[in-house]
Design a binder for this molecule. Structure first.
Ligand code: SAM
Length: 234
């Protein structure tokens, strides 16, 4: 079947049927990378980390640049296959992948130093409560979550796309971390440069929808700016 113009924010379809587009989205250079900024906030040196929602392995292998050992946990087989293919070299030797659910992390109590979740995107937002409780059960030291704060779902193009989660999902997730579970937080920024209109349309536009594609073409935009919120609780 030919590829549609866009999957209109259906991340479940993206993970299941187009892991290569997700991979391309993650591989467009982000500067400065969120993975270079997180170790300035959270000490990852010598840590054993369970990285939940490991996806195609981007966050797990980035964490392995600093940590002692990373266990990437992912429940979508197509993503896990891509992640395992990439686990090579020095960083790769410090990463192992497990099939498992963020809501029932397949690890014993207090078995790792840190549990991380990088843009895990659980839905509906109530699921974050379960993830946090599971993280606090498994981690000896802290739980760290890196998400996109309210108003930044589509980066700085959020206002032009039809954000199906606007004012609901992102606000609720932020409230759960900060108010209900009293996490600390710090925001970091990153610029993503696609280089060409063709590239940004076929990757960002494919994910975020027709409205985004129209805007990109009209404004001749090849870059997106992102804001991330790093939440942590010891
Ligand atoms: C946006 S991706 C992030 C991947 C990776 N952490 C990164 O930074 O590139 C979110 C990933 O979380 C996974 N995921 C979502 N819900 C999950 C759950 N309940 N248990 C395990 N993985 C889950 C998805 O399949 C997807 O691969």
């Amino acid at each position: 079947m030919p590829r549609p113009e866009s999957i209109e924010n259906r991340w479940d379809i993206l993970y299941r049927e187009y892991p290569e587009v997700y991979e391309a989205f993650m591989n467009v250079p982000y500067q400065p990378s969120v993975f270079d900024q997180v170790p300035e906030i959270i000490d990852l040196r010598e840590k054993i980390i369970a990285d939940v929602g490991a996806g195609t392995g981007r966050s797990s292998s980035a964490l392995a640049r600093t940590a002692r050992q990373v266990i990437g946990i992912e429940y979508e087989p197509a993503m896990l296959r891509q992640a395992r293919k990439k686990a090579i070299g020095d960083e790769g030797s410090r990463v192992t992948y497990l099939s498992g659910d963020a809501l029932a992390i397949p690890l014993a109590d207090n078995s790792v130093d840190i549990v991380t979740g990088f843009t895990l995107a659980l839905f509906p937002p109530e699921q974050y409560r379960k993830f946090i409780c599971e993280g606090l059960r498994v981690a000896r030291e802290q739980v760290v979550y890196v998400g996109i704060p309210p108003g930044w779902y589509g980066g700085n193009l959020d206002h032009v796309i039809e954000n199906p989660y606007k004012g609901t999902f992102d606000v609720e997730v932020d409230r759960i971390f900060l108010e209900e579970y009293q996490f600390a937080c710090q925001d970091v920024f990153s610029n993503q440069e696609y280089g060409t209109i063709e590239n940004i349309v076929s990757i960002y536009g494919f994910i975020f929808g027709k409205k985004a594609i129209e805007h990109i073409k009209r404004e001749n935009k090849t870059a997106v700016r992102w804001k991330y919120r790093v939440y942590w609780r010891k």
